[in-house]
Design a binder for this molecule. Structure first.
Ligand SMILES: Nc1nc2c(ncn2[C@@H]2O[C@H](COP(=O)(O)OP(=O)(O)OP(=O)(O)O)[C@@H](O)[C@H]2O)c(=O)[nH]1
Ligand SMILES: [Mg+2]
Length: 183
């Protein structure tokens, strides 16, 4: 993908970046935002290789959603080229799979490195963290995965946030027509 070709030039073009570990649900979120409702589109998704840019119109604006495939082999590259990627960005969404509790530490580490870059660049980008796959029927009775695991996770996320940095955390799910609950 030629980055120069896709730079934000129109003033009403809203550039949104999505990052997070592989399989966390970024491409599914993009499909939801684009209005895809056919559930089979979500079950047949392949891992995103590198950055995939999706442009579409909604609410009178044109959106350019940059979906960064989260496999380990790509992550360092995104951080090395961070400044180039975030140029013109309006909103940054970090996606964490709430059901993938075995990889919380890896996801927190990646999030920490992203926040570090954002702090260095002193940007005013809106920052959100999606605790994704927070499905309506999520079973929190499992002994290894309960409310305390999630509150620990949220506490650990907050520890990573630089002082004075504005952000929001949401619980999201592609079910129930893309739910996004502020916490
Ligand atoms: N239970 C549940 N599964 C979801 C949800 N969102 C996505 N998934 C599933 O999670 C899997 C991975 O989704 P993707 O959207 O491909 O994940 P990704 O973050 O784009 O992965 P990479 O491209 O490898 O970085 C798919 O099987 C989706 O159907 C959700 O809200 N709840
Ligand atoms: Mg993907």
């Amino acid at each position: 993908m030629n980055i120069a070709m896709t730079e934000d030039t129109a003033s009403n073009l809203k550039k949104v970046l999505l990052m997070g570990l592989d399989n966390s649900g970024k491409t599914s979120i993009v499909l939801c935002l684009m209005g895809v409702k056919n559930l089979s589109s979500f079950s047949s998704l392949n891992p995103t290789r590198g950055v995939k840019i999706n442009k579409f119109q909604a609410l009178g604006s044109e959106f350019s959603i940059w979906d960064f495939g989260g496999q380990e082999q790509f992550r360092d590259g995104y951080l090395n080229d961070f400044q180039t990627h975030i140029k013109g960005t309006k909103k940054f969404i970090y996606v964490l799979d709430i059901q993938d509790w075995k990889r919380y530490d890896i996801s927190l580490e990646f999030l920490g490195r992203i926040l570090d870059r954002l702090r260095k660049h002193k940007t005013t980008i809106e920052f959100s963290i999606f605790l994704h796959k927070y499905d309506i029927d999520l079973d929190l009775k499992d002994s290894k995965f309960d409310e305390s695991v999630i509150s620990d996770l949220i506490r650990n996320i907050k520890k990573l946030i630089p002082y004075g940095f504005a952000y929001h955390i949401y619980k999201t799910s592609i079910y129930t027509v893309f739910q996004k609950l502020a916490i």
